[in-house]
Design a protein around this ligand. Structure first.
Ligand code: HEM
Length: 437
């Protein structure tokens, strides 16, 4: 049996001190697949990462719902109902559905930039989260969003508390304070959503948003039971703004550090209509350089930089044999630094997505949204939100880092890759020459 190599000086203690550094060293010194501890493997480069995510039978994703089905719900949804709810949700999130609703996304992106206080340091993560929650929750629930936003913010807080690193992992059945807080917030969100669902159903106007898609009776199943509608919405609601917030902070930092790129985004954004509500998918499609900036930042700093899978049965990966019951950590962060896919991988070079020198189509070259059966459901929505947020910010503001020798933020990698404590300063940008457009 051919086992993946162990990284000298690797292992959990080094990993817990600096995960990103150990991940990079593992990829550099051991190659495609390496072993962190016995039975814990890391898929480090594009090919094996892609293979693990696609081969879901061999490498299943463990169920780990952050918002598990509520106890006391009338009846837990069946597997068939869950699948139907998933398909309905996907209809509301697919690329065509997002393209048709760009005019609802753009105003939130524009007001983020307009409301940014100039000439003072602003903490980026809370500001971006606030804006993206408004856009994301509105995308799910349209005019019912304002009633749900405060509950969505509490759901996010509950999730933060729950995933915070702790010395001791309590068994799943122990109702720790964090788990009780989560359950209370989940119940509060569901209680706020239930009358909205009932009102829409009884009025016969399900709505044209994602919730509306879930309330449309299907020809095959008829209407979904209420619990099946309510079941997954807490998780999806938080998903609309959680990873996008981390991504937005990385993007704004890059606009601050690369003023020429910011100028080029600003010039491109000059083609957006003065009334953000009149923005269409054609406008967004024309923001090609801005989209390349977003992709490039997502390549360098994938917010979900490490994805976990189990090994269902003894199987081959690259040239190695992995035992049933072991764990594979799929690492987009190192896969995106594979020189075979991305020349000069540590350089911020948005042009690589425009000039064809980056092998954009090859398997595993871009895994920021995952791939395969568990790939990101919200990728189209995320790209639209981030492209418009980037364009409006660069069009309105010049960003910079506060002066000082040290970066004023910490890179945290425990739950996603984030810029904790990042502050940026903005000055208002004058009229933009659109010489690049
Ligand atoms: C920049 C923003 C985002 C990034 C980087 C991101 C990244 C990812 C990744 C890497 C996965 C795969 C996880 C895995 O394979 O274990 C995933 C799954 C998922 N994402 Fe996103 N995501 C983003 C935005 C969104 C948005 C806006 C939504 C809104 C609905 C969303 C909903 C989901 C859902 C529901 C899944 C689970 C799919 C499944 O397990 O079948 N994501 N996301």
């Amino acid at each position: 049996m051919n086992e993946p190599p162990r990284l000298p000086g690797g292992g959990f203690s080094a990993w817990n001190r600096d995960r990103l550094a150990v991940a990079r060293r593992g990829a550099d010194e051991c190659g495609d697949v390496w072993q962190l501890e016995p039975g814990v493997y890391v898929a480090a480069t594009a090919g094996p990462c892609e293979a693990v995510l696609r081969r879901a039978q061999d490498f299943p994703k463990a169920p780990s719902p952050l918002f598990p089905p509520m106890k006391g719900a009338n009846r837990a949804p069946t597997a068939e109902e869950r699948a139907h709810a998933h398909a309905a949700r996907m209809r509301g999130l697919r690329a065509q559905a997002v393209a048709a609703r760009i005019g609802e996304i753009a105003p939130g992106a524009a007001s983020f930039a307009e409301q940014w206080p100039t000439d003072q340091d602003v903490e980026v993560l809370p500001a971006a989260r606030h804006a993206l929650a408004e856009i994301g929750v509105r995308f799910l629930f349209s005019e019912d969003a304002p009633a749900l936003l405060p509950f969505a913010a509490q759901l996010f807080l509950a999730r933060e508390v729950l995933v915070r690193p702790s010395r001791w992992e309590w068994p799943r059945w122990i109702p720790t304070p964090a788990r009780r807080f989560r359950t209370r917030q989940q119940a509060a969100f569901t209680d706020a959503l239930r009358p909205i669902v009932r009102r829409r159903c009884s009025s016969g106007r399900p709505g044209a948003d994602v919730l509306g898609q879930m309330l449309q009776p299907s020809a095959h199943y008829g209407p979904l039971p209420e619990e099946a509608v309510l079941d997954t919405l807490p998780g999806i609601t938080v998903a609309t703004f959680e990873a996008p917030t981390r991504a937005a902070a990385w993007i704004l930092l890059h606009l601050a550090r690369h003023p020429q790129a910011a100028d080029r985004v600003a010039a491109e954004a000059a083609s957006l209509p003065a009334d953000p509500g009149a923005t269409t998918s054609t406008h967004v499609d024309n923001l090609r350089y801005t989209q390349a900036v977003v992709r490039e930042v997502l390549r360098l700093y994938p917010p979900s930089w490490l994805l976990t899978r189990q090994v269902a049965r003894q199987t081959q990966l690259a040239d190695y044999t992995l035992d049933a019951g072991s764990t594979v950590l799929v690492c987009p962060y190192t896969a995106h630094r594979d020189t075979r896919e991305h020349p000069e991988p540590d350089q911020f070079r948005p042009e690589r997505w425009l000039d064809g020198s980056g092998s954009t189509a090859s398997p595993g070259a871009f895994l920021s949204f995952g791939t395969g059966p568990h790939g990101c459901e919200g990728a189209a929505l995320a790209m639209a939100m981030l492209t418009l947020l980037t364009a409006h910010t660069a069009r309105t503001l010049r960003l910079s880092e506060p002066p000082g020798p040290e970066p004023g933020y910490q890179v945290t990698s425990f739950e996603g890759l984030a810029t904790t404590g990042l502050r940026l300063r903005a000055t208002s940008r004058g009229p933009v020459q659109s010489r690049f457009v």
